[in-house]
Design a protein around this ligand. Structure first.
Ligand SMILES: Cc1ncc(COP(=O)(O)O)c(C=O)c1O
Length: 400
């Protein structure tokens, strides 16, 4: 009898590990490797947020808190939803976890029964399918195409819904494609969902504040208030406030769901870090002007990467509305021979050969459920991005 649970056999090890391990090996061997794999802002947490954490420590706010969040933070979250999204939530409809990731995990474990289906548009954030599997459900993928800028089409959503569909996980702007749905595009999807009242919506709004070119961020319950009673609106401080290490995510939705999620958390991690919760109160209630400044910096980096990648032979890259990733197609490189003599048959071959030949680490599209693409993060300096894109251009030119 194996010590390892059968349920763990259903999930796969992180598909990004192969590339990350290879990059680390090359670095250890003295190679100059530029990593474009990071899923976090390179900026520091703002000083006012750090100061709030220090005050919390000095004031002894270092004990257990209520399982799913201190009242001050729940209040700040309600104010944020009202101010930024026009959504009315009571503190009793809010839950706080150790990162956005735990919110999604709690929601899946609290709601899924064997055989329940969860719709996940591709390309997707790598953790969604595995969290569904760990919760005992079945991920069902809804394909998108580069031609449609990786946006799910209403007819494809309609076709994927079955009587067993319990949730759709919606993510805009998206990790990995950066695709953001405008009001009209989202409205067309919510109209489909209105016709299927048994389907719940988990909207992952983590990249809300990372949008460019005057793109207006919208979220499902805001665009279609009739979905309010079956929507879990999830967000967090990790990306917007450069607080990935502090581990605070939150969500609001119907009380019955919020209570069930708190029950899962009460028997796993209990409250998220007390100090991080006080820091998050400051993040949400404090000055917000730095968001625009940082957004501008990300927008400039996006344009730099987009222009340089689109100049590379065999690569084409749609313009993302948000997040800090681009998701270029390498269709024009398939079948060509790399300097090592290896023929590039898929996106894993492409990223492995690129790393070997030019020392640039990106993640292959297969990891996110849509090939042949790769994901590059531009959450790094302009200098590093310019050098990385020069090397990608050189690599593409070297293919024969
Ligand atoms: C789309 C998306 N959702 C959720 C998360 C998780 O965020 P957190 O670090 O707060 O757990 C990430 C992090 O990479 C993400 O990209």
């Amino acid at each position: 009898m194996s010590i390892i649970a059968e349920s763990l056999g259903r999930i796969k090890p992180s598909p990004t590990i192969a590339v990350t391990t290879k990059a680390a090996e090359l670095r250890a061997a003295g190679r100059d490797v530029i990593g474009l794999g990071a899923g976090e802002p390179d900026f520091d947490t703002p000083d006012n947020i750090k100061a709030a954490a220090k005050t919390a420590i000095d004031e002894g706010k270092t004990k257990y808190t209520a399982v799913d969040g201190i009242p001050e933070l729940k209040k700040a979250i309600c104010a944020k939803f009202k101010r930024e999204n026009g959504l009315d939530y009571e503190p009793s409809q809010v839950t706080v976890s150790g990162g956005g990731k735990q919110i999604i995990y709690n929601a899946m474990v609290a709601t899924l029964n064997p055989g329940d289906e969860v719709l996940i548009p591709t390309p997707y954030w790598v953790s969604y399918p595995d969290m569904v599997l760990l919760g005992g459900g079945e991920p069902v993928f809804v394909p998108t195409t580069g031609e449609n800028s990786f946006k799910m089409q209403p007819a494809d959503l309609e076709a994927a819904i079955t009587p067993k569909t319990k949730w759709i996980i919606f993510n805009s702007p998206s990790n990995p494609s950066g695709a953001g749905y405008n009001r009209e595009e989202l409205k067309a999807l919510t109209e489909v969902l209105l016709r299927h009242p048994h389907v719940w919506i988990l909207t992952d709004d983590m990249y809300e504040h990372l949008v460019y070119d005057d793109f207006e961020f919208v979220t499902p319950a805001q665009v279609e208030p009739k979905l309010y009673d079956r929507t879990l609106t999830m967000n967090g401080v990790s990306k917007a406030y450069a607080m990935t290490g502090w581990r605070i995510g939150y969500a609001a939705g119907p009380q019955v769901l919020i209570k069930a999620m708190a029950k899962v958390q009460s028997q796993s991690t209990s409250n998220p870090c007390s100090i991080s919760q006080y820091a998050s109160v400051e993040a949400l209630n404090g000055p917000q002007d730095f968001l625009a400044t940082r957004g501008k910096a990300f927008e400039e980096r996006r344009d730099l990467v987009l222009n340089m990648l689109n100049e590379a032979e065999g690569i084409s890259c749609p313009k993302p509305e948000g997040a800090f990733y681009v998701y270029p197609s390498i269709a024009g490189c398939i079948g060509k021979k790399a300097p090592s003599g290896k023929v590039i048959e898929n996106d894993l071959d492409f990223v492995s050969e690129l790393l070997e030949a030019e020392g640039v680490a990106v993640v292959h599209g297969e990891a996110f459920g849509l090939s042949p693409y790769f994901r590059a993060s531009y959450a790094t300096s302009e200098e590093a991005l310019t050098e990385a894109c020069n090397r990608i251009q050189k690599f593409c030119a070297s293919l024969s």
